[in-house]
Write a protein that binds this ligand. Structure first.
Ligand code: HEM
Length: 131
């Protein structure tokens, strides 16, 4: 049965599933392994995992906890393309619609899409593609 409510426990499951998948992805995995290592249970991952958990709890439940700015770290990962973000969204979509009801999946996906567009804008990605 898909989750029909959002709480900190099922967000933990979502974040764990999503980043386990992205870490093994040929296109996006290397960005994460370079920054954080290749083992979601060890090294820099546990701290990052908590950050992502707090971030999605704030996004979806509005509970304070994440005080950072999600944008800056993405400026130092090497060249990210619009295709990278679109692929990130495809993987994210698969996970949230598998775990949650359609209505909640829509809410996660909409937030992620808005953020991805902001990242693309902030990183000047489409500007670079124009030249
Ligand atoms: C091509 C797509 C993306 C890649 C390759 C990527 C990769 C990464 C990496 C490697 C980090 C860790 C950086 C570090 O701590 O040194 C990070 C942090 C983060 N990412 Fe992404 N990301 C992508 C898209 C997104 C999107 C679309 C969102 C939001 C919907 C997002 C949310 C975050 C957040 C909240 C953090 C933590 C920021 C902080 O430390 O406060 N990322 N990302």
């Amino acid at each position: 049965m898909p989750y029909d409510t959002v709480d900190a426990e099922n967000i933990r499951v979502m974040v764990h599933d999503f980043y386990s998948i992205i870490l093994k992805d040929d296109e996006l995995g290397p960005f994460f392994t370079r920054a954080l290592g290749d083992d979601i249970e060890n090294g820099k991952w546990p701290e990052h995992f908590q950050t992502l958990l707090d971030f999605w709890i704030l996004m979806m439940i509005g509970r304070p906890g994440y005080n950072g700015d999600p944008f800056p770290p993405h400026a130092f990962l090497g060249r990210l393309t619009r295709e990278n973000f679109e692929h990130w969204l495809v993987l994210f979509k698969e996970v949230v619609y598998r775990l949650y009801t359609q209505e909640i999946g829509d809410k996660f996906y909409k937030k992620a899409t808005i953020l991805a567009e902001q990242f693309i804008d902030n990183l000047g990605i489409d500007d670079e593609d124009d030249d």
